[in-house]
Design a protein around this ligand. Structure first.
Ligand code: F6P
Length: 323
């Protein structure tokens, strides 16, 4: 293999730059040329390739976002546009790809391989931590700490005003971020899609808090929670408990930004190196992840389609820690 390309795709995540840096420097270390593709599959279709040198990835290990930019590209679902993307890669002399992203990114890579046989290895880059085949995804740790910091601040004002706050966090259909920042932030309740709950449960928790003379509460709600979003649940709680002073805070995209944590920089670097070395060993259509602190390769098919289990037993902790 003489030349590879690296790109970031889907929702950005802190640590993607550290991964790009690792991919570029590992390739150069092994004497392979590298290009970056800007804006993921969008740039592959547009032929937006940039040569990468060791210098081009200097001082980016601690930067949030992605220097290669990212995009969600619906056209890539259409084989006509995948052919355009493939032809551009061939013209550029690209023999292998490293795709940094989540579910959508790996689905695209799998289709590209299936249709045109271009070898790809993925690095799990998403704050959601919802990929099977890795204990943690790049960006998750930073996102949890960002959400935790916000919850600590909300706790201050909630406590001063004796208020109840419903705090909505990201995670798409998974509750990993909610669970971690909820436990770390001492939330009185954590609502995640993996653990069925009801409005009545929420109301009972708030009521029992009041009886224990604890008028300020934090309820962390995962965006994928099945009962409804934080506004909907807060409205129902207000109707049932009109004496409580209830507010909602949706943390939103701040969770995607910021300088990556040490953990994210390190796992991103390890996964980036493993992706390039995997390609050189002839691996293909797999994601490089870390399980029990060891690099493992998992097929895109499993990474996308197998459900990564959230340890819902952790919810028991919330009850104990609030007793
Ligand atoms: O996958 C990362 C993520 O931030 C999810 O947590 C969230 O549901 C989604 O992306 C938001 O996407 P967008 O920035 O395109 O609105």
């Amino acid at each position: 293999m003489k030349k590879i390309a690296v790109f970031t795709s889907g929702g950005d995540a802190p640590g993607m730059n550290a991964c790009v840096r690792a991919v570029v420097r590992t390739a150069l270390y092994h004497g392979i040329e590298v290009v970056g593709i800007r804006r993921g599959y969008r740039g592959m279709i547009d032929g937006d390739f940039v040569p990468m040198t060791s210098y081009s990835v200097s001082n980016i290990i601690g930067q949030g976002g992605t220097i290669l930019k990212s995009a969600r590209c619906d056209e890539f679902r259409d084989i006509k546009w995948r052919k355009v993307a493939y032809d551009n890669c061939v013209k550029e002399g690209i023999e292998g790809l490293v795709a940094i992203g989540g579910n959508g990114t790996f689905t695209g890579a799998e289709l590209l391989m299936e249709n045109f046989g271009i070898p790809t290895i993925g690095c799990p880059g998403t704050i959601d931590n919802d990929l099977y085949g890795t204990d943690y995804t790049i960006g998750f740790d930073t996102a949890v700490n960002t959400a935790l910091d916000a919850i600590d601040k909300i706790r201050d004002t909630a406590s001063s005003h004796d208020r109840v706050f419903f705090v909505e966090v990201m995670g798409r259909d998974a509750g990993f971020i909610a669970m971690q920042c909820g436990i770390g932030g001492g939330a009185e309740k954590i609502l995640v899609p993996e653990n069925p709950d009801s409005i009545d449960d929420v109301i009972a928790t708030l009521k029992s808090g009041g009886e224990n003379e604890k008028p300020s509460h934090i309820v962390v709600v995962a965006e994928g929670e099945e009962i409804g979003n934080a506004h909907f649940i807060a409205q129902k709680a207000k109707e049932a408990l009109p004496n409580l002073d209830i507010r909602v805070s949706n943390l939103g995209h701040i969770q995607r930004g910021g300088s990556p944590s040490a953990i994210d920089r390190i796992i991103a670097s390890r996964m980036g190196i493993a992706a390039v070395e995997g390609l050189l060993e002839g691996k293909n259509n797999v994601m490089s992840g870390i399980i029990d602190d060891k690099i493992v390769y998992t097929s895109f098919n499993d990474a996308i389609n197998k459900k990564k289990a959230l340890d819902v037993d952790l919810i028991k902790m919330v009850k104990i820690l609030n007793s």
